[in-house]
Design a protein around this ligand. Structure first.
Ligand code: PLP
Length: 426
């Protein structure tokens, strides 16, 4: 078979785009070569419906071991008793938990999308918002932090089946103790989606929801620096609260209900090559060198947020606890949208994403904010001293948004800074 030059040429171009640019999308990262190798391995050829030791296909004796290693390492990393490593993505992990824990029409609480929540936490354009009945909680306008009093009041009023904590654009730690108190008060399940800060949580740099939440979901490809995928965790297994029983008449454990919701509930064959890559990434995340990386990622974010504020930008909540920040452009450039900045920065080889800020007056297509994150640039070896340089280049582009010369000059400096750096410096 002839090599597909058309596709591999495009992959080479994408490699250069990633290598020469500054990647500030908070949900992106660069995986190690061994994670990449596992993903590109012969495990992609294998069907393995079911779970280790209980498959619907023969020949699973090896993938049983890789999947079990992924499960064991995920449990060790987060202090969990249960892990399901099969969800193809974070949104599918969430959909599986919803499918396991709710009936169509049931009410749940999730953070409003325009206040930092994720699509899969109740947006009307996602099945979480059409199949179920979401009630949104918010952040406070003055502080930009979650309004736990409002959340409690909504929980008491709406008696949800579940409360969903977690966000896509929220830079502060979560109060899982308070959330569990609220969930217990109304007798509902508490789920945390830690897709963004998972790597920081794994290394003890942010509060771990696993001891407090009934169920935790995450992606594996953001701060955790693994292949694209999802993961479901439980600190402790427990009997399902609805009294579902096994064919033998025993009450099903929640682990059984969740496993069933993933397969056969909503997925077919697991992606065993991706699961092996998850195992490799979890193994890496268990090391001291990953801890150093996580500490650096958090330090870089703090310095970057401070630098934005120094230059007159409002950072929502006044800073960050994690790897990301939300910059409100209205404080310095009220006439320029997030969309415009995103598009112009791409020309300077700096990638960020536009994002709504809480109480935004622009639409989700235009937005007044930028979401900026440090996972990827930290993997490439950038440290505190590089952060002011990056923020100043961003400010230079925004301040001269129509100037082709300024964009070209910044692009040159960006390429010079990045082109010799390894993709994976840890
Ligand atoms: N949950 C949160 C909080 C996220 O930020 C994201 C992705 O950005 C997801 C879930 C969805 O993950 P995926 O894109 O893998 O479906």
């Amino acid at each position: 078979m002839e090599r597909d030059i058309q596709i591999f040429d495009l992959i080479d171009q994408e490699y250069l785009r990633q290598k020469n640019g500054i990647e500030l999308i908070a949900s992106e990262n660069f995986v190690s070569q061994q994670v990449m190798d596992a993903m590109g391995s012969c495990l992609t050829n294998k069907y393995a419906e079911g779970y280790p030791g209980k498959r619907y296909y023969g020949g699973c004796q090896i993938v049983d071991q890789t999947e079990q290693l992924a499960i064991d390492r995920a449990c060790e990393l987060f202090g969990a008793e249960y892990a399901n490593v099969q969800p193809h993505s974070g949104a599918q992990a969430n959909a599986a938990v919803f499918y396991a824990c709710m009936q169509p029409g049931d009410t749940f609480l999730g953070l409003d999308l325009s206040h930092g929540g994720h699509l899969s936490h109740g947006s009307p354009v996602n099945l979480s918002g059409t199949l179920y009945n979401p009630v949104a909680y918010h952040v406070k306008e003055e502080t930009g932090t979650v309004d736990y009093d409002e959340l409690e009041q909504l929980a008491l009023e709406h008696k949800p089946k579940m409360i969903v904590a977690g966000a896509s654009a929220y830079s502060r730690d979560w109060d899982f103790v308070r959330l569990r108190e609220i969930a217990d008060k109304v007798g509902c399940l508490l789920m945390a989606d830690i897709a963004h800060p998972a790597g920081l949580i794994a290394k003890g740099l942010l509060s771990n929801p696993v001891p407090y939440c009934h169920i935790v979901t995450t992606t594996t490809h953001k701060t955790l620096r693994g292949p694209r995928g999802g993961l479901i965790l439980m600190g402790k297994d427990f009997e399902n609260p609805w009294g579902q029983t096994t064919p033998k008449g025993e009450v099903k454990m929640m682990s059984q209900v969740l496993n069933f919701a993933v397969f056969p509930g909503q997925q077919g064959g697991p992606l065993e090559h991706v699961i092996a890559a998850k195992a490799v990434a979890f193994g890496e995340a268990l090391t001291d060198s990953y801890k150093e990386y996580a500490v650096q990622m958090q330090k870089n974010a703090k310095v970057m947020a401070a630098e934005f504020m120094k230059l007159g930008y409002k950072v929502i909540s006044g800073g960050t606890d994690n790897h990301s920040m939300l910059v409100d452009l209205r404080s310095k450039f009220p006439e320029i949208s997030g969309k415009k900045v995103e598009n112009v920065l791409v020309q300077a080889d700096i990638t960020i994403n536009k994002n709504m800020v809480p109480f935004d007056t622009r639409s989700p297509f235009a937005t007044s904010g930028l979401r900026v994150g440090t996972p990827a640039i930290t993997t490439r070896g950038l440290k505190e001293e590089h952060m002011p340089i990056i923020v100043q280049m961003i400010d230079e582009v925004i301040s001269n948004i129509e100037s082709e010369e300024v964009i070209a000059s910044v692009r040159e400096r960006v390429n010079e800074m990045m082109c010799e750096r390894p993709m994976f410096a840890w």
